[in-house]
Design a protein around this ligand. Structure first.
Ligand code: ZN
Length: 373
């Protein structure tokens, strides 16, 4: 094989440099210019390839790029990644360092390290095999639900593939096959303002909401079981606010945002019914994002390649978080959801293990060799 990346050492340097360059770009949903800059960076890495076309999409303010070989509509294998990272208030935190064999910085693990691997893999593979039916898609809204990125591309733009590689869950030899369903809800209470010395004249929206949140808390606490992988419904109150800024005024409005995750046999309908029985129609309930639990089926060839390269058995795991995989899975596409070793996701100390990036790269490379050549 006449690889562009002859040695592991050379490849490691390329992957570390690409990852660190990507981390420098604060590509959060709230910074469209930086999202565009990140896409440009990726485009530049790839567009010099012959026989490749880059298509731009945009839906609801979220741009995506789809890179396919000329004359191929549905590639046999599609590499899928998202450029967006979650928001840190201090812009100066978007930097990285290399320490103890890790790249440490916001988005290193989720998923700029993964993007670096896919960019390089795509470039190298197409340089050597220009006819290969391999595509690459980069979206920018995974952290805010994925509906306008992969969701739009699959449901509206007709994007299809033979199999999808999504390095956004699992670990090196842990391949995700089940993902919990997801409900992002807003609970809204309208009350009645009053002087706080005479609370009987008002209806305290905030206190009422807190009571209801406690009912919901108790309900989900009862569903908890002892499963090692926390395979039961959970509910986290993530935002609680009232616009009231006056200490001696009973607030007339309050709202809370909930993040609910649930495995089968629970469904969106059953969870919403449970909530309805608990709180009736006050607070008012607004659905922000919803997704049913998802089953992902990886290509058996990918499992055997994972075992061959890591020397360890591949394990099929269940994940409490969701991913873009669910949009692809809706069309029975085999999904390969594993990735390098990562940690401290969504913190400023987020990291990715460099040696495992190399291993993951080799797993994907071997899989593409067997699958596409
Ligand atoms: Zn991610």
């Amino acid at each position: 094989m006449t690889g562009i990346n002859q040695t592991n050492e050379e490849l490691k340097k390329v992957l570390v440099a690409l990852t660190r360059d990507l981390i420098l770009i604060p590509s959060t949903a709230g910074r469209p210019d930086d999202i565009e800059r990140g896409l440009e960076f990726m485009r530049n890495h790839i567009e010099s390839l012959n026989h490749i076309r880059v298509s731009d999409y945009e839906h609801d303010g979220a741009p995506s790029i789809v890179i396919l070989p000329e004359h191929v509509e549905s590639p046999d294998v599609l590499l899928c990644g998202h450029l967006d990272v979650i928001e840190h208030t201090d812009l100066r935190s978007y930097k990285s360092e290399v320490r103890n064999g890790r790249i440490i910085g916001p988005g290193a693990g989720d998923m700029k390290g993964g993007l670096a691997i896919m960019m390089e893999l795509f470039r190298d593979f197409h340089t050597r095999y220009p006819e290969a039916s391999l595509g690459l898609v980069i979206t920018t809204d995974e952290e805010t639900g994925g509906e306008s990125g992969i969701g739009y591309l699959v449901k509206k733009a007709g994007l299809r593939c033979g199999a999808a590689v999504i390095p956004d869950g699992g670990s090196l030899e842990e391949i995700t096959v089940e993902e919990k369903g997801l409900l992002h809800l807003r609970l809204i209470v309208e009350g009645h303002a009053a002087h706080a010395a005479f609370p009987w004249y008002g209806r305290n929206a905030l206190e009422y909401l807190v009571e209801k949140l406690q009912c919901i808390r108790d309900f989900f606490d009862n569903l908890r079981d002892k499963s090692q992988d926390h395979w039961y419904p959970t509910c986290s109150t993530t935002i609680l606010q009232a616009p009231n800024r006056t200490i001696n005024r009973v607030p007339d409005y309050a709202e809370a945002d909930l993040d609910i995750r649930f495995p089968p046999p629970h469904t969106l309908e059953s969870i919403l019914n449970d909530l309805g029985n608990l709180i009736g129609d006050d607070p008012e309930l607004k659905i922000i994002i919803s997704a049913e639990p998802t089953h992902l089926s990886p290509d058996p060839l990918f499992l055997s390649v994972t075992e061959e390269i890591t020397g360890r058995p591949a394990r099929l795991i269940r994940a409490c978080g969701g991913s873009d995989g669910r949009f692809m899975a809706a069309h029975d596409t085999p999904i390969m959801m594993s990735r390098p070793i990562v940690g401290e996701l969504h913190s400023e100390e987020e990291w990715i293990d460099i040696e495992s990036m190399l291993t993951y790269y080799r797993i994907c490379e071997r899989y593409l060799n067997l699958k596409l050549l």
